[in-house]
Ligand binder design. Structure first.
Ligand code: FAD
Ligand code: SF4
Length: 330
């Protein structure tokens, strides 16, 4: 591991100024991803600006009935918060489905959104990788890709985003707030992650040097009946091979409102808007759920080793929506 400098930021403007003045510096949240990547040489910052002492560690109600989550709230505190559990249960479930208790105690909301892909070639600096070293190639396409993308990928990169939390945030229309030396800004989660296209090394629309200050969840009564379900290769402490965040409002047997997002299928949390449109106003039954999932997955283009994800995601979506539909009918 290379030597690096470390400073603990005392206020937001100071943190932003330190990073703005130093292109070789990075913000440090819990360090559960960044420090690992520094050990393997994937990340090589000269200095770290620790943001965990900033006053961004609270979860507060917003005036319109939503919730504002500070960027340095730990994953454990987010999952345990009573208003998160009551109003956005799929978010608490998603966070608890990730990593381990020790990691969740360290990991922050800002860091979770910006964690890097778990593609094995990305993590191995002896391999080419367009995301780590633009223009060097993507060995995953012809190589090992059983847990890679089936939606929204390109011929430059087929990696998936690993965050569980982000999938629930996508379903609930979260908005990310940030600050730069030029002022503050906001990005809806739908615009936060940029499409892979020709530039897999550019992952978000955040301006250079931006500090994430928090995430706002708009009020969403539908979210009170919501669920996150994750499929992985072992029962705990593993990244998803597919996941679903769903919320359902059913009246008189008809879907009044639905939220659906998929995880581990694309370079970003995948909001299943085609399925949502197909389901709104449809009977809340397994046939509608399956037709909606099929409509969403019609645009999937799996690779030789990951076609199983199309079937997996269809069955997962139908199972979770069916459970929510049964709960709504009680
Ligand atoms: C063994 C293991 C298993 C895991 N399993 C899962 C899992 O199943 N599901 C899952 O979702 N995650 C999983 N994780 C990932 C874990 O959730 C992330 O490592 C964690 O959320 C990152 O948060 P952090 O605060 O530690 O980020 P850091 O490692 O500190 O930072 C990550 C990135 O975010 C940047 N950053 C941090 N805070 C800010 C900020 N406020 N503004 C701007 N930039 C910022 C850093 O510069 C860095 O680029 C796992 C991790 C490990 C090590
Ligand atoms: S899938 Fe993306 S991250 Fe993985 S090797 Fe290809 S370019 Fe790199």
């Amino acid at each position: 591991m290379r030597e690096f400098g470390y400073r603990r930021a005392a206020d937001v403007s100071g943190a932003v100024a330190q990073l703005g003045a130093d292109p070789d510096a990075r913000f440090l949240g819990g360090g559960t991803n960044l420090v690992d990547l520094m050990k393997t040489g994937v990340e090589r910052p000269a200095r770290l600006v620790d943001v965990t002492g900033l006053p961004l560690g609270r979860i507060e109600p917003t005036a319109d009935g939503g919730l504002r989550i500070g960027a340095t709230v730990t994953n454990s505190d987010l999952a345990a918060h009573p208003e998160v559990r009551r109003r956005y249960p799929a978010l608490a479930q998603a966070v608890l489905a990730g990593a381990s208790g020790q990691l969740r105690n360290m990991a922050t909301v800002g860091g979770n959104l910006l964690q890097r892909t778990r593609c094995g070639y990305f993590a191995d600096v002896t391999q080419p990788c367009n995301k780590r070293d633009p223009g060097s190639g993507c060995p995953a396409i012809e190589g090992e890709h059983h847990n890679h993308a089936i939606l929204g990928a390109s011929d430059r990169c087929v990696a998936v985003h690993p965050s569980d939390m982000g999938v629930a945030l996508a379903a609930f229309d979260a908005v990310v707030s940030y600050e730069t030396a030029e002022g503050t800004g906001e990005l809806p989660l739908a615009e936060f992650y940029t499409p892979v296209g020709e530039t897999p090394h550019l992952e978000t629309a955040l301006p250079s040097g931006a500090l994430i200050t928090g995430v706002t969840l708009p009020p969403a009564p539908v979210a009170e009946l919501s669920r996150y379900r994750k499929v992985r290769e072992r029962a705990s402490y593993a990244f998803a091979i597919g996941s679903v965040a769903a919320a359902l409002d059913v009246r008189g047997g008809t879907v009044r409102e639905v939220r659906l997002a998929f995880g581990a299928v694309a370079s970003r949390p995948w909001r299943a808007r085609t399925a949502e449109r197909a389901l709104t106003g449809a009977p809340a039954d397994a046939g509608s759920f399956a037709a909606a999932a099929d409509a969403e997955l019609a645009e999937a283009s799996p690779l030789p080793q990951n076609g199983y994800k199309v079937t997996l995601m269809r069955n997962l979506a139908v199972a979770v929506l069916t459970e929510l539909g049964e709960e709504a009918a009680r």
